[in-house]
Design a protein around this ligand. Structure first.
Ligand code: T5A
Ligand code: NA
Length: 208
């Protein structure tokens, strides 16, 4: 028997600049206001010891072998896994700003084997819902262009987009962010999140 209070595991995914962080934050505020315990988590979590290495890597101040850095991104999820499980089981809904799919898409875009990339995340909590935000390269560019971080280059983002399309599964909902204001998109996402929170109550937490 599972507890009648399980929270949902919701992930925001997509290429750079689609609005994941903006929407994830608003979703947590929305749930909290409605009396539903909710917590925002970001991956990479740059605050941990492993996260600090990843931050340095992304800012291009530190080099790693591609395999090694993939395992660090994965380890950064594993170090959060047991607290995620605890929170979910105690009824807190988690809204994740990127998760395993980003790990696989970005590392395989660099040429690493797809299944090898997937393996290091096997056993992590399984998302109840992955909200994959889609935006054309033209509109991403209109959002102030890319910054200075390692992967913020147009050609590489196109490859990542391709890899993401191989990851689409039953727990995914693809949502177009094209020509939508922050509020319009939030309104759509809230409906999907409400449904996911409700249906998580009736199923046990799965694992990748
Ligand atoms: N990575 C990550 C890996 O390689 N492996 C892994 O395992 C993981 C987990 C850092 C990098 O790490 C890689 C992927 C990344 O390259 P990050 O810290 O999540 O990941 O990346 P950020 O650069 O912080 O975030 P993004 O660039 O992906 O942007 P978001 O979060 O999608 O977009 P957001 O919300 O910050 O918005 C971007 C801009 O657009 C505006 C916002 O105000 C902001 O200025 N905006 C809108 N404008 C118009 N209309 C709308 N509807 C808008 N919504 C937002
Ligand atoms: Na972000």
């Amino acid at each position: 028997m599972m507890a009648a209070t399980r929270g949902a595991l919701i992930v925001l995914e997509g290429c750079d600049r689609v609005g994941k962080s903006t929407q994830a934050k608003l979703l947590v505020e929305y749930l909290t206001k409605r009396g539903k315990p909710a917590k925002l988590m970001n991956f990479p979590d740059r605050s941990t010891t492993i996260g600090k290495l990843l931050d340095e890597y992304l800012k291009q101040g530190q080099e790693f072998d591609d395999h090694a850095v993939h395992l660090l991104f994965s380890a950064n999820r594993w170090e959060a896994a047991s607290s995620m499980e605890k929170l979910l089981k105690s009824g807190t809904t988690l809204v994740l700003d990127r998760y395993s799919d980003s790990g696989i898409a970005f590392s395989s875009a660099k040429g690493l084997d797809f299944d090898w990339c997937r393996n290091s995340d096997a056993g992590l909590p399984l998302p109840d819902l992955v909200l994959f935000l889609q935006l054309s390269q033209e509109e991403s560019r209109a959002r102030g262009g890319y910054g200075q971080e390692r992967y913020e280059k147009e050609q590489f983002q196109a490859t990542v987009r391709d890899k993401f399309s191989r990851l689409q599964q039953d727990n995914w909902t693809v949502v177009s962010a094209e020509q939508k204001s922050i509020e319009e998109l939030q309104c759509e996402l809230r409906k999907l999140v409400d449904a996911a929170v409700k249906s998580a109550l009736n199923k046990s937490l799965g694992h990748l």
